[in-house]
Structures are given as structure tokens and as C-alpha cells.
Design a protein around this ligand. Structure first.
Ligand code: RP5
Length: 159
């Protein structure tokens, strides 16, 4: 099971490292590259066509065409992560990533939604991997338990 992460620039790494960490926590193999839809379109093409990953996560800011371009080269699922960038705070990236024309889908996450991109990729992989599915259930249970601990702590501080 492998997920490929493509970033439009190394400047996206600060956001995208949480996707790598999350996938590694689920023992999902990660292939990482920097390739830009605009600056290095041939590299994007070659990477996507040669990758044996089951799912692609594409992260880009500004005129963020990367996820759509990746999706044009593959029928594997593509998850888009719009990156927050100046001067439009990621709204430009969000709309560029999410507003795909019919026929070429991109599953677009929230602006800077790197962690959810990794979780969503894991959920797709878990459809064919029972161990991974169990890990996702444990992850949800642990998250719920942590919220209960925080709730009790907050109530303790208020009383
Ligand atoms: C996009 O342009 C990249 O994904 C990045 O978010 C943004 C700015 O890139 P740099 O100028 O920092 O390389 O293609």
C-alpha cells in the first residue's frame, strides 16, 4: 500500500509534513516529490505515469492546478490539498483545486488539510485492508478518549 504525495513547491512542506507523519503512523508507505504543474509539467506527467502508488495527494498554492493535472494523467484517486498563500489566504488555491470540470474528479480537502488528506487516503486503502481498517477504528476511539480527558480537565478547572 503506497500513497504518493506531490507538492508544487518545497515551500508547501511545512503544511504537508503532517500528511507524511499521519501516513507513517498507519504504516502506509509514502513516496514524496516536488513537481509543479506550471514550472515542471513534464516531471508531473512522468512521476504520475511511473508511480505504483494506489493514491495521489497533490498539494499546491495560488493558481493551484496541480491536483487537476495529476488527475488528468491517472484514473487512480487524487486528493487535493489547497495551500494557504498570499494574498488571498488560500481561497485561490481552494477554488483552483475544487472546481474541476466534469469527468476528472479531485477529492479536495480543506485549505491546509494535509492531515485529513492522509486520513482519507488511509480510509480508501482500508477498504481492501482489514488491519488498516482496525487501526482507523482505534484512531477514532483514541481521539474520542482524548476529548473526554480534556472535557473532564476543563470541568475540573471550572469547579
Ligand atoms: C505553488 O505556488 C506551490 O505549490 C506553492 O504553494 C506556491 C508558491 O511556490 P513558491 O514560489 O514558494 O515556490 O505552485
Amino acid at each position: 500500500m503506497k500513497v504518493a504525495i506531490i507538492m508544487g513547491s518545497d515551500s508547501d512542506w511545512g503544511i504537508m509534513k503532517s500528511a507524511v507523519e499521519t501516513l507513517k503512523n498507519f504504516s502506509v508507505e509514502v513516496e514524496l516529490t516536488v513537481a509543479s504543474a506550471h514550472r515542471t509539467p513534464q516531471k508531473v506527467h512522468d512521476f504520475v505515469r511511473n508511480s505504483d502508488a494506489q493514491i495521489f495527494i497533490a498539494a499546491a498554492g495560488m493558481a493551484a492546478h496541480l491536483a487537476g493535472v495529476v488527475a488528468s494523467f491517472t484514473t487512480k484517486p487524487v486528493i487535493g490539498v489547497p495551500i494557504n498563500s498570499e494574498p488571498f489566504k488560500g481561497l485561490d488555491s481552494l477554488l483552483s483545486t475544487v472546481q474541476m470540470p466534469g469527468g476528472i474528479p479531485v477529492a479536495t480537502m480543506a485549505v491546509n488539510g494535509a492531515k485529513n488528506a492522509a486520513l482519507f487516503a488511509t480510509e480508501i486503502l482500508a477498504l481492501q485492508d482489514d488491519e488498516l481498517a482496525k487501526k482507523l477504528i482505534s484512531y477514532r476511539e483514541q481521539m474520542a478518549a482524548e476529548i473526554e480527558i480534556k472535557d473532564k480537565k476543563l470541568k475540573g478547572e471550572l469547579s
